[in-house]
Design a protein around this ligand. Structure first.
Ligand code: NAD
Length: 297
């Protein structure tokens, strides 16, 4: 079915639902064209911290964006206020499928009829999250990585999404300084996260087999591929419990994946070695709180 296409989008607000690590970074990028950005979070402190974060990061970001102009920021704990008159609503609540299902269903009820509703989920395609949504043609995935440092955003339709919505976002998103890539077929893990999952899986496998160590593999990886952030450092940054949950989700959707990578992760998780957030993971040299180092989970 065709979706209603929003008009006057230059002047209408954008709503971010869930103002944590990603929500505030998405809000930062989307408030660079002068329109209002509303940040809604069930934890009011989180929405206010998001406003403070964006206010601090905008001065350095705006000069890098063509026609960059700061839009007003509003933190709210009232969902109807957050979505009123919005043309685009992006949810970035935690990666819990039932939570996302109910958030999307609620947004569909409250949002203007022509608003686009997007999910930032890394591992659940929007098609798996719209069981209770009536206007499914306006829902899709916009998967941001870690803006403003990592600018790609993957845009993925479900088989119910109106393609006109996808094309509208592909045209519109570059105005905000991000770089959209269209995922041409619904895919668990989108594009880059799938490739990265394969690298992580094989890295875990070679360590599980005793072929090398996490430190030596990271060093080899960085010397050959470039950069300074190998697979094991990255996994420690994301959190080994999160990496395990992601790998278990891949294993459910793609039978036949090797078990050794999950077994190795479980051994670390059982010991409470979750990575940066617990001070220990594959590495032991963490004394700082979890930051924003990773580009992919
Ligand atoms: P987060 O835990 O940092 O933030 C989630 C926020 O949502 C919190 O502030 C929480 O208070 C709020 N929240 C919880 N329930 C809510 C509700 N019902 N309504 C509104 N707000 C609610 O999580 P995150 O890391 O920002 O992840 C959010 C999404 O982004 C996930 O789908 C994740 O897969 C995706 N993502 C994360 C990363 C990453 O590196 N962290 C990268 C790409 C995509």
């Amino acid at each position: 079915m065709a979706a209603l296409i929003p008009d006057n989008i230059a002047t209408r607000p954008i709503a971010i639902i869930g103002a944590g690590t990603l929500g505030r970074r998405i809000g930062l990028m989307l408030c660079t064209q002068g329109a209002e950005v509303r940040l809604y979070d069930t934890r009011p402190a989180s929405a206010q911290q998001a406003v403070d974060y964006i206010g601090g990061a905008l001065p350095a970001l705006l000069p890098t964006i063509a026609n960059g102009r700061a839009g007003p920021l509003v933190a709210t704990s009232d969902l109807p206020t957050a979505v009123e008159d919005a043309w685009l609503i992006i949810e970035a609540v935690p990666e819990i499928p039932n939570l996302k299902r109910s958030v999307l269903a609620n947004l569909d009820k409250l949002a203007p009829g022509d608003a686009i509703i997007a999910s930032n989920s890394s591992s659940y395609p929007s098609g798996e999250l719209i069981a209770d949504v009536r206007n499914v043609e306006r829902v899709l995935t916009t998967h941001f990585y870690m803006p403003p440092r990592v600018l790609p955003v993957e845009v993925m339709a479900s088989d119910k999404t109106d393609d006109a919505i996808v094309q509208l976002l592909m045209r519109q998103l570059p105005l905000y300084g991000v770089i959209p890539f269209q995922v041409r077929k619904e895919s668990v893990g989108l594009i880059f996260n799938r490739v990265w999952a394969a690298i992580k899986r094989e890295s875990l496998e070679v360590v599980a087999e005793g072929v090398t160590t996490p430190e030596e593999l990271d060093t080899l990886f960085n010397l050959i591929v470039g950069g300074s952030f190998g697979p094991f450092r990255n996994m420690d940054q994301v959190g080994l419990d999160v990496v395990l949950a992601i790998e278990e989700h891949y294993a459910q959707t793609r039978p036949g994946l090797p078990e050794a990578p999950r077994d190795l992760l479980k051994r670390y998780v059982e010991k409470g070695r979750l990575g940066v957030k617990t001070g220990h993971g594959f590495y032991d040299d963490y004394d700082a709180p979890a930051g924003a180092g990773g580009a992919a989970s």
